[in-house]
Design a protein around this ligand. Structure first.
Ligand code: PHE
Length: 454
């Protein structure tokens, strides 16, 4: 006897859970440093365009596939295109999901470590950017630190996912997401009122279009898909728990809008503070961990703001790792009738093992820190392959699938069930058929040919 599938208790519950998946380290850690490295405001403008003309249409498509089939990504493609190779798109998603989880949880683990460090007063008043960098490097270099933090984060994720859809994921998202919004706003207010914040606002808000190139587009697209959790079936899985009477395009729009606003506000929180402290915005991936503690050490109430900030990162990352784990759990529960508990425990254990090379790739092991022939660390490489190439490729195939295989009318029928209105139906159909797949294809070919992400 198979148990009935879970479903979200309410539309708000779904929106918060899906926004929780989307909003994560991608918004608060990755978006600001990508913006810093790729020219500031001009990058932000291109990013917004990518979210609207590529992200939003794919979000609607993924949710429709999920709700129509009520299945995990593999089962969904099998149901819509039986006896064909399309299920491989779902399988690629499941594999990508567990792969992303394995390295994402490493960085998420650092946020827990940094929260503890801040609370225990490791960041003293005299701290300079140099000492902060030293603290960071020795923290991530310590093999046991990283591995324990990775383990802790995956255990936390597993605990929530074992609870199931409405009693686990939805209930926690309803508490965690509003907490996140409130902390983000408070920290942003603090940052923009620092003396010297205006230069940061200028860098962030005044576009200089001479600095952009095709590469900027490629990076903005990769960032948008990663940030919206698209291209690997997370939204197919979450969509499969939506009740038939909910309006999909409205839900999709809310998720995209909240994800975009959190990224934009995160920039507003970080750049003014950076410029106020006279620090270079091109600091790279260490931005959050190296630079912000120096700021917290200097401002009044730094302990509170600092712990608030790292708690914010923990919360944001947790609602994302939950969705990454849920994709593979739904796959095993649907396809192989595993119990939820067995799927959660074994897959988090797998993510833990797969995450160890990433956790050791910041100096703990020379081999993983600089892979032979490639010259990059293991985590960097995993992020390029899974977090960029695979999501771009997966999104391309999903756009092609709904436009040219399953069919736009089938999507329209799914959206308009129970008398729902499909807002912007014609625009959506035009984008997903003629713009989204070709724009992604062009960028995909470009990054393959120029090896731009390497
Ligand atoms: N969207 C998440 C973030 O921005 C990461 C993620 C990617 C989650 C893909 C699920 C699927 O942090």
């Amino acid at each position: 006897m198979s148990k009935p599938r879970g479903s979200w208790g309410s539309q708000l519950g779904f929106i918060l859970a899906a926004a929780g998946s989307a909003i994560g380290l991608g918004n608060i850690w990755r978006f600001p440093y990508m913006t810093g490295e790729n020219g500031g405001a001009a990058f932000v403008v291109i990013y917004i365009v990518c979210v609207i003309i590529i992200g939003l249409p794919i979000m609607v498509a993924e949710l429709a596939i999920g709700r129509h089939t009520e299945k995990n990504p593999v089962g969904a493609f099998q149901k819509l295109a039986p006896r064909s190779g399309w299920f491989l798109v779902g399988l690629l998603g499941v594999v990508t999901g567990i792969g992303i989880l394995s390295y994402y949880a490493v960085i998420a683990g650092w946020t827990v470590g940094y929260l503890v460090k801040t609370l225990t007063g490791s960041f003293s008043v005299q701290m300079t950017p140099e000492t902060s960098k030293e603290i960071f490097t020795s923290f991530v270099k310590h093999p046991l630190n990283s591995i324990i933090c990775l383990f802790a984060f995956l255990a936390l994720t597993a605990y929530v996912v074992i609870g199931g859809v409405s009693k686990g994921i939805e209930r926690w998202s309803k508490i965690l997401m509003p907490t996140l919004f409130i902390m983000l706003i408070l920290l942003t207010l603090r940052s923009v009122t620092l003396p010297g914040a205006v230069a940061g606002l200028k860098f962030y808000l005044q576009p200089d279009f001479t600095a952009i190139s095709l590469t900027t587009f490629a990076k903005a697209l990769g960032q948008a898909l990663f940030s919206l959790s698209l291209g690997m079936g997370a939204m197919i899985t979450y969509g499969s728990y939506i009740r038939k009477e909910e309006n999909l395009p409205i839900s999709a729009a809310w998720v995209c809008l909240s994800d975009l606003s959190v990224a934009l506000i995160a920039g507003l929180m970080i750049f003014p503070a950076l410029f106020a402290m006279g620090i270079n915005p091109q600091e790279g991936a260490g931005l959050v961990f190296v630079v912000l503690p120096t700021i917290f050490a200097k401002i009044p109430g730094g302990l509170i703001f600092g712990s608030g900030f790292f708690l914010l990162l923990v919360v944001a990352a947790l609602t994302s790792t939950i969705s990454l784990l849920e994709v593979v759990v739904a796959f095993l529960v649907d396809q192989y009738r595993w119990s939820r508990r067995k799927a959660v425990v074994s897959m988090s254990a797998l993510a833990f093992l797969l995450g160890i090379p990433s956790a050791l790739s910041f100096g703990a092991s020379t081999w993983f820190s600089q892979l032979p022939l490639i010259g990059k660390g293991f985590l960097d490489l995993a992020n390029i392959i899974l977090g960029n190439y695979s999501l771009i490729f997966g999104s391309l195939l999903i756009a092609i699938f709904v436009s040219y295989k399953w069919g736009l009318q089938a999507v329209e029928k799914e959206v308009m069930r129970e008398g729902n209105v499909f807002y912007f139906r014609i625009t959506w159909a035009f984008l997903i058929r003629y713009i989204t797949p070709f724009a992604i294809l062009a960028i995909f070919v470009y990054i393959i040919v120029t090896k731009n992400y390497f």
